[in-house]
Structures are given as structure tokens and as C-alpha cells.
Design a protein around this ligand. Sequence first.
Ligand code: SF4
Length: 377
Amino acid sequence: MTKPSFFDLTFDELKALLAEKGLTPFGATQMFDWVYKKWVFDPAQWTNVARATKEFVIEAFDFGMLPIVWSGLSKDGTRKFLVKLADGQTVETVAIPARERLTLCVSSQVGCAVGCTFCHTATQGLKRHLKPSEVVLQYMTIQKWLMDHVHADERLTNIVYMGQGEPLHNFENMKKATLIFMAERGLGLGQRRITLSTSGLVPAIEKLAEDFPPVNIALSLHSARNNVRTELMPINKVYDLERLFTAIKKIPLKAHRRITYEYLLIDGMNDTMEDVVALAALLNSKESKINLIPFNEFPGSKYKRPSEERIMWFLDQMIKRGFTVTIRTTKGSDILAACGQLKSEFDKLNLWDKKDGPVVIPSIASSVLQNLQSPQR
Ligand code: SF4
């Protein structure tokens, strides 16, 4: 029988478990130190941990990382990984360099139920939620890989919950993973280093203030007009802009903190003057940051990327209206970095071993990927 993963435990849970077993709770501090600060996952090497405690955790828990079944490096430095879970499912996780940061974009679910019409993952439907350990292990696995394969000092600095899945649909598990990321005794990631991005699941947003660790919030807005947003994101039928913003206004913002609004710019869909006016009317310029994301076309996508002139025009219009606006450059487009693309391409070409996931033959994988690059302008 498979053992539960050690990476499902928060610090407080581990402490309570040790106490319950009659072991010294201080062992939790020592173990978190070995695992999350010293990167030693073999309990046999934990020299200062009591023997009884080591014997107990060796017997009770699995300390394994996630197998990486494929990795690709983009020209811009973005690294994409396909990792395999215990039940054979795979998810994508992407390390994105930008200035002095190295951000890991993690997945929260296998597939997704939200059904955004511009998203490749949506075509896969929801298979299941990820466990807390499967979220934490994306970070641990990739950080270890970077230390082993890039440089011993290479460090991930930030995490965004923007990979496959809607994180708030997997509320409890993402909350637990966040507690593990933030634990002072463990990885100790500060709240400013973690960003949760949601499509707008209102009942979960309403619980954020009281029931979720305080992290940065990003909302996938994509349109300030209900009819357009509903077309792009069917969730808007249930939670329209009015309900959504009633919930968002309840999120307490500390001084100088803003909510980031992700705005995918799609040619002829949400890039007109009507859209500019609606967006400026909906958002408060002092409490918002707008992140424009020119659409990253993928094979079979029905939407198009606007021209560079149109993108700059939209940016300019929002800046003139007093907003802080950034443009997210498309990262890793030469390695299928839009979420869900890699898994789908392996699925489509049937490059899977029935038991073990993708058949990873580097020469085949690279030629497949060359052939499957998304069209770029
Ligand atoms: S964009 Fe995000 S929320 Fe929407 S379908 Fe894709 S993964 Fe789900």
C-alpha cells in the first residue's frame, strides 16, 4: 500500500501527530529544518533527530519527489516540466525567470471544470483536485532539479497559482499547501511571494479574508462587460461582474497593496474603446493593477492575438486613465507553455505508455515539440 506523503503535513499537524504518538514535538522543528531548509529527504541522514522519531516517520511516510517525465527550456529561459502523480496523471509546472525573480507557476487540479473558452486546459475537463502534497511537491521537485541541474544556488523566489486548474475550487488543499509554503520553520515564503489567481469563484472569494492565509490575489477578469466575459468565461453566467465585485470589495487590502486584474487581450473581442471605457469604470485605479496578456494562440484556438499597435493603444488608454498597467510578455511559447498544451499534445499523438505516462525519448520529444510549436507573430 502506498504511504501518505510527508509533504501533506503542515508544521502544526506534524507536531500534533508526534505528540499523539508519545514522541517529542520538537522533532517537528528538526524534521522541517532537514527537509525544507537543508533539502535532505532521507530520514536516516537526520543526525539530530531521535531514533524513535525517525523510525516512526520512515514507517509512516513517503518522502519521494514527483518524477519529471518531460522538461523543456525555452529561448527566453522559461522551463516547463511535466510531472507524474502517483495515480499516473500528469500536470504541468513552469519556472519563469523575470528580472531578479524566478517564479514557479503551479497547477492546482488535474484538468479544470471552469471551462474558459480561450484555455487549453479547459478542453481536458476536471479529472481531480491535487492533494496538498502534490502542490508542495511541484515546488520541491523543481527546486531540487534546479539545484542539481542548473546551479546549487539557483532558487525559486515566487509562486503563482496560475497553472492548470482553478485553485479556489480546491480551496482546502490549496490552503494547506499555502500554509506549508509559508511556514516559518519550513520554506518560509513571505505572503508577497505567493499569488493566487482565480477565475472568480464568488463563494470561495468570500471566504478568503477569514479562511485563507494572506497572499497576493489576482483575478482573471478578461472583460468588464458581462456579455463578453460570459462568452470567454462561462463562470460569469453564475457569478456576474456585479456579484464578483461585491465579493472582491470585501477582501481587506493592506496599505499600498493592490489586486491584480489579468486581462487577456483578444483581437476584436475585448480590445475596443467600449472595453476601455467599461474597464476604467469598473476598477478603482488606486486599488488595482492591470496585467495585459496578449493572447497566446495555440493549435486549434479560435481566438487571435491583437496587433502590436492595438496592444500598445489599449495600454496607453488605460495609463491615460490613471491605471498602473503592465504587459505580460508571452513566455516559453516555443515550448508550448500555455497551460495544458504540453499534456494535450502528448495525449493527441498517443505518445504515452499505458502505465508510465509519456514515452520520453528525448529525440522524439524534441522533434514532436518542434512540429507542434504554437503559431507566433
Ligand atoms: S483559464 Fe484557468 S480557470 Fe479557466 S479553464 Fe483554464 S485553468 Fe480553468
